[in-house]
Design a protein around this ligand. Structure first.
Ligand code: DGL
Length: 290
């Protein structure tokens, strides 16, 4: 491992790009490798063993790139498979997004004595109770209200945005049970949801702090790289690359990802998910904007 090694970021689809955006800000010089498992999303309706198999296949596939850090930029995969994949790949540094999201939530409620924290997430994340545990570890007295929002990931992957009536209806349906209970903060407990942040903030109103895990997650990566002496200096080069892999529909991913990030991303490499278990990624040196 050395400073030039890339950071791997993975998700079921576009969601992890919300973490890529924060990583790019915190660590502009790093090369990022992004994997969107677009053929097999959503993860949020699947069971732990299936999601763990997917995540482990992806990490094994990307391992030849010698990542200096792996970010599981998916709450569902973090909740269901982080301990297992850490045990499976002891030589890699792997972090998830749930501790970061819980940290953002407790910071947002500040000094409120018995804060009420709402969390929207996929069904699998809700079932795992990972957010309750992570929040209660930090604030015993917090009340945590979990709300599954299973339609949001497919809606976002469909490219529908804030102005779409279907999106507005879904967001309102999912958030009303939380806003009527008077939550102080809302955690976007799925990395896809910050794509709809504007609409979500408008729906919950100005008294509710809306938080997600991206910035805290990026800073955790920064701290770990720094303490391992693996952080690239900003001058070498000034901007790192972004290379993407997907398991389906590269053109669609390129279009939506570029729209979300606000700059053109290079065409992703396609890997057939059936071939993942036996294939190994190769890094062709295409320097690109990211
Ligand atoms: N971005 C993933 C998460 O944070 C979405 C999971 C899914 O594919 O359902 O949970």
């Amino acid at each position: 491992l050395n400073k030039q090694s890339p950071i791997v970021v993975l998700d079921s689809g576009l969601g992890g790009l919300t973490v890529v955006r924060s990583l790019r800000q915190a660590l502009p010089a790093e090369d990022l490798v992004y994997f969107g498992d677009t053929a097999r999303l959503p993860y949020g309706s699947k069971t732990a063993s299936v999601v763990t198999t997917f995540v482990s296949q992806i990490i094994r596939y990307l391992q030849p790139l010698e990542p200096k850090h792996v970010v599981i930029a998916c709450n569902t995969a973090t909740a269901l498979s982080l301990p297992d994949v850490r045990a499976e790949f002891p030589s890699l540094t792997i972090t998830g997004v749930i501790e970061a999201g819980a940290q953002a939530a407790v910071e947002a409620v500040g000094a409120i004595e018995e804060p009420m924290i709402g969390v929207i997430a996929t069904e699998a994340t809700v079932r795992s109770q990972a957010y309750e545990k992570a929040i209660h570890k930090r604030r015993m007295k917090a009340r945590v209200l979990l709300q599954p929002a299973p339609l949001l990931v497919p809606i976002i992957e469909d490219g529908r945005m804030d102005a779409d009536p279907l999106v507005q209806l879904a967001v309102r349906q999912y958030l009303t049970p939380l806003t009527t209970r008077g939550i102080d903060a809302l955690v976007l407990g799925c990395t896809h949801y910050p794509i709809l942040r504007g609409l979500i903030e408008e729906t919950v109103g100005p008294k509710v702090a809306v938080v997600d895990s991206a910035d805290h997650c990026a800073h955790e990566v920064l701290r770990k790289l720094e303490s391992a002496g693996l952080r690239r200096e900003v001058s070498e080069p000034t901007r790192g690359t972004l290379r993407c892999w997907v398991t389906d529909d590269g053109p669609r991913f390129t279009r939506l990802a570029s729209r979300f990030l606000g700059y053109e991303i290079p065409r992703p490499t396609w890997i057939n998910p059936d071939e993942l278990p036996n294939a190994r990624a190769e890094l062709v040196d295409v320097r690109s904007v990211g």
